[in-house]
Write a new protein. Structure first.
Lengths: 336, 441
């Protein structure tokens, strides 16, 4: 293995890490926002739920911004092919992300239309969560790719059953992240509802994850001997099992970690099936975009590796610091 | 309409809308930092009320900026994928660096500013204000680097396959236009916010609202309003010289200057007839040459140095440049007048001046928008100046129909965002800062 290959692998791992960080962190705030209509009966409850994600969602979304930038920097062909190829789907993602972001702010200052902004907040969040899963499902499962590295399908190509399974599993996992974050941050009757939602979502996740892993095992030949894949489904199983007992014991701190662990298992399985592909070509495996044929030059990968390996630990450090500032139950004076 | 034109319109519209918000963010973060520093040092609650008030405005500004900023990051892949493939080696790292080294910092600590007043010590709160300020400016740095690299590319090599390869990162980052454009951009933001804060506070003072809080805010605003346009004049001058040196065609378009001559004129205002290759208007003879190097007789290259198909739309560049310059000069005048009134103790009582200030709030936006049009339209027909044509950068697989529908979507959504933003901004202004305790009016 030469230097270039080592860096290409490093960047695959780094982007995987950034997207996993995005899924777990923005996952819980997208989840809380999606569950807002179900968990928040009174205005006070909705205020508390929004305040539980208010200080952190901005920072959480930057994991996506940075993941996108890193994909552009390390594998520009994959970035170019997927973003231009999935054009209308990407526009829907943007629409969803715009509305989920501004709706929280609009809701706070525009009480006359609070109900509308709660709908756009919940709808935008749920749509974004679903679309991310479908998009990931498509690049992992494969899409038609032309000889010039361009996407060769239509919008409806993206809506095949296997990518939709990814979307359903991802959405279910995001909702569970949200419910377990709500359990962690709230008290009283609101927390009771969050516990109930988490229990229902645990059942749904058990089903979607089972379908997801079976579909993966069926769709990819090499996975039966892939250690990472087996580790992945065991992680999800262990996470969901731990969650089952935590919810029964009314433990309000463990569920978030167990839900995250289970979600990470879903991600690991996708990563194990994907490597070293970035976008699998469903029409001809030789046309796949891989980390080897899509990357930037050695020098760029080196410079970026230095920036990322110095910068990301600092980012993680101050992110933890800020989370600890807001630790514990959300308070009604947590606003501005 | 063809796909290329639609893609360009979409980029122009989405970036033109997005830039409104970062332009308010940087300077407002600066005023917040200033006010919070004074709060910490003087222990005077009036500064805390100013901080808290501006933080409410910043929250609204920031969220629209962040939401519309993601669109920009996606757009190089969705709409300009051929460009992304060609320059991935250089352009991608700059966007990634912006995420890792800037946007994280700003976004994580803005959460503390918005929600942390009752949770953290005054010192931690101050540090958060500082980090939001630094993070925002670092973001501006990386984005200006990326844009400047398109204006004056450096630190690269072109491979046999036509790909652009990065060979020297620091040369690419500190390319010939980066630093001067960064200072020019940051100053534009500071001017924008200085006028915004002055305008809002002037409205309160004229109406007799919010007592000392409003007067202190007006004083801070006016001091910044007096200083920043003057600093901007220096930055703008340095930037103009850099454009003449490194992008002579753009510089020639800015002044409607066709023939390479010594003693080139500078126009106060005018009109360029591109077909007849003539510029009409009021000019100072030899002014452009003089401003270039303080020599009325220096040579300035004209548009005719290159083929006509390499000209930008000359009159558009000329007009937008002149609108920006005129506004910049006007800001210097009004800012200095405000400082004079403050110095002579008449600022809070000169009703006509207080009445005018709020109406100036949109003008810096006109100035920075026309400045961007000058910079970006002036770069045409190149997407990377001298290296790659804009037409070669568009996505291959995105159809005109798809572009038309996404452009429609952005227009509808952004009009809604704009209306909501204005409505809620005015609502926050109307509500005003937290009232001072009794006995301290």
């Amino acid at each position: 293995m030469d230097n270039l290959q080592a860096l290409q692998i490093l960047w695959f791992v780094l982007i995987f890490g950034l997207l996993l960080g995005y899924a777990l962190l923005d996952g819980f705030d997208l989840g809380v926002a999606s569950l807002l209509p179900f968990l928040g009966r009174k205005k006070e409850d909705k205020d508390l739920l929004v305040a539980s994600i208010g200080p952190v969602w901005d920072g959480n979304e930057v994991w996506l911004v940075t993941g996108g930038g890193a994909l552009f920097a390390a594998f520009p062909h994959a970035y170019a092919t997927a973003f231009s190829g999935f054009y209308l789907a990407m526009m829907l993602v943007l629409l969803a992300l715009i509305f989920r972001a501004v709706s929280m702010e609009f809701r706070a200052h525009d009480p006359a239309r609070a109900g509308l902004w709660e709908k756009t907040l919940a709808g935008g969040s749920a749509l974004a969560a679903l679309l991310f899963g479908v998009a990931l499902g498509n690049v992992v499962y494969g899409v038609p790719i032309s000889g010039r590295m361009e996407y060769d399908g239509s919008f409806f190509t993206l809506l095949r059953p296997v990518p939709l399974v990814f979307g359903a599993a991802g959405l279910a996992a995001v909702l569970l992240q949200g419910a377990s974050w709500a359990v962690r941050k709230t008290e009283g009757a609101l927390q009771e509802r969050a516990f109930r939602a988490a229990k229902i979502l645990l059942g749904i996740n058990a089903a979607t994850a089972a379908v997801y892993f079976s579909v993966m095992a069926g769709a990819f030949d090499g996975l039966s001997g892939n250690m990472l894949f087996h580790a992945a489904w065991l992680m999800t199983l262990a996470g969901l099992a731990g969650l089952f007992f935590s919810l029964r014991k009314k433990n309000d701190r463990a569920p978030f970690w167990e839900s995250s662990f289970a979600f990470a298992g879903l991600f690991l399985a996708a990563g194990a099936a994907q490597f070293p592909n970035l976008i699998r070509a469903s029409n001809n495996p030789n046309l796949s975009l891989t980390i080897y044929n899509s990357s930037t030059g050695l020098y760029t990968l080196q410079v970026m590796a230095v920036i990322a390996l110095v910068g990301l630990p600092i980012v993680i450090g101050y992110t933890i610091f800020v989370y600890r500032l807001f630790k514990g139950k959300v308070r009604s004076d947590d606003h501005y | 309409m063809d796909a290329l034109l639609l893609a360009r319109l979409q980029f122009a519209f989405t970036i033109g809308f997005h830039i409104l918000f970062p332009m308010m963010t940087l300077g407002t973060a600066g005023v917040i930092l200033l006010s919070e520093t004074l709060h910490l040092v003087k222990k005077d609650d009036v500064y805390r009320r100013i901080t808290d008030y501006l933080v409410r405005l910043l929250a609204l500004i920031f969220v629209v900026g962040a939401a519309t900023g993601i669109v920009m990051e996606f757009s190089f892949g969705t709409n300009w994928s051929s460009y992304a493939r060609t320059v991935g080696d250089i352009f991608g790292p700059l966007l990634a660096a912006e995420g890792i080294m800037a946007f994280f910092l700003e976004s994580v600590f803005i959460g503390v500013l918005l929600f942390g007043r009752n949770r953290v010590s005054p010192r931690v709160y101050w540090v958060s204000a500082l980090l939001v300020f630094i993070g925002g400016h670092l973001s501006a740095f990386w984005i200006v680097v990326a844009n400047s690299w398109m204006q004056t590319p450096a630190g690269y090599e072109i491979t046999a396959g036509g790909k652009i390869l990065l060979v020297d990162f620091s040369e690419a980052v500190f390319n010939p236009s980066t630093m001067v454009r960064l200072v020019h951009t940051i100053m534009a933001s500071w001017v924008t916010s200085a006028i915004m804060v002055s305008g809002i506070a002037a409205y309160y003072v004229r109406k007799g609202l919010h007592g000392e809080t409003a007067r202190t805010m007006l004083k801070m605003g006016i001091l910044l309003f007096a200083a920043t346009p003057l600093l901007q004049l220096g930055a703008a001058h340095a930037h103009a010289i850099q454009v003449i040196d490194t992008q002579p065609v753009k510089a020639a378009a800015m002044e409607g200057h066709f023939q390479t001559t010594r003693g080139a004129d500078i126009y106060v205002f005018g009109y360029v007839d591109e077909a007849a290759e003539k510029t009409y208007g009021l000019f100072l003879p030899g002014g452009l040459s003089f401003l270039y190097n303080f020599d009325f007789n220096s040579e300035i290259k004209g548009l005719k140095e290159v083929e006509k198909d390499q000209w930008p739309p000359v009159n558009l560049v000329f007009q937008s440049y002149h609108i920006m310059v005129t506004l910049g000069m006007a800001f210097i005048g009004v800012g200095l007048l405000g400082a004079l009134l403050l110095w002579t103790g008449r600022l809070y009582t000169t009703k006509w001046f207080l009445w005018i200030l709020p109406f100036l709030i949109p003008l810096p936006h006109v100035a920075h928008e026309t400045g961007w049009i000058t910079a970006e339209v002036g770069r045409q027909p190149w997407i990377i100046y001298g290296l790659m044509k804009t037409a070669a950068g568009a996505s291959v697989v995105v159809s005109a129909g798809e572009l038309a529908s996404s452009l429609m979507m952005f227009i509808l959504v952004y009009v809604l965002l704009f209306v909501m933003f204005l409505m809620l901004f005015l609502k926050i202004v109307k509500k005003g800062p937290e009232p001072a305790p009794e006995g301290r009016a």
